[in-house]
Design a protein around this ligand. Structure first.
Ligand code: ZN
Length: 248
């Protein structure tokens, strides 16, 4: 029998990671030695990258805190819609560098986020290792349906996407990370994540179809792949899609 006992309570969506027996329950955790608190949290099934605040006996601690006999532990998720100020979060800047790296099978989510102006890197052939590297190097939030990926040590900010339908996924990310106020439609290229910038008609003239030349005067160009956008029917269509996505 392990000699020590600590009580863990996980809040809000972190319960999604726990087994049925532990869902929204106080968990009696037996242990020996002096494990860093990150270990029992992950042993219980919760990736550290989803955790933003740990309170031990009502004081906030870091992941390296050594668990002690009798500790009462409260663990809170990474997201902004829960007001946990003024207590200190685990990271000085929670995750508001709103840039994403989107896991391989979530291409439609990436396109949806780009349409709303978010920086969402995506490649359908990226290996887990590469996703972790990009997240670390470029300080991106990992969006994935694969919980295991979020256990990787070097990932600091991740979100396990629960929804299956792409539109529902976009809404889920906006809601959970409280991003509605940061939506800036039509600023990112949906194909490549580059920035879209206004461009003079003369600069793109040679690439336009005769009808486009005749009917449109305002043009935008992706600074990365050079795709041309104009305020025609497809912008109207996107505006409609965006309006749908933003219905709460
Ligand atoms: Zn582009």
């Amino acid at each position: 029998m392990k000699p020590y006992l600590a009580n863990f309570r996980f809040y809000e969506e972190l319960n999604d990671f726990l087994g049925r027996d532990h869902y929204k329950q106080t968990i009696a955790y037996r242990f020996g030695g002096q494990p860093a608190i990150k270990d029992p949290i992950e042993v219980l099934g919760v990736p550290h990258s989803e955790v933003d605040l740990i309170l031990v006996n009502n004081a906030s601690v870091g992941f390296d805190y050594k668990l002690k006999d009798g500790d009462r532990v409260a663990v809170y998720p990474v997201f902004e819609s829960l007001d946990i100020s003024p207590v200190q979060r685990l990271r000085p800047k929670p995750l508001r560098n709103t840039a994403f790296i989107v896991d391989v099978n979530l291409g439609k989510l990436a396109r949806g986020l780009r349409m709303l102006g978010f920086d969402a890197a995506y490649g359908n052939r990226l290996k887990d290792r590469e996703i972790v590297d990009i997240a670390t190097r470029e300080k991106r939030i990992v969006l994935t349906r694969d919980r295991k990926l979020l256990f990787r040590k070097s990932i600091t900010h991740g979100f396990w996407v629960r929804a299956v339908d792409a539109d529902a996924q976009v809404r889920e990310v906006l809601t959970r990370l409280d991003l509605y106020s940061q939506v800036k439609p039509l600023q990112r290229c949906m194909d490549c994540n580059g920035r879209i910038e206004p461009v003079a008609r003369e600069q793109v003239w040679s690439r336009l179809e005769p009808l486009t030349r005749r009917y449109y005067s305002e043009f935008f160009r992706c600074s990365s792949c050079h795709k041309i956008y104009w305020s025609g029917s497809h912008v109207a269509h996107m505006t409609g899609v965006i309006r749908e996505l933003l219905v709460r």
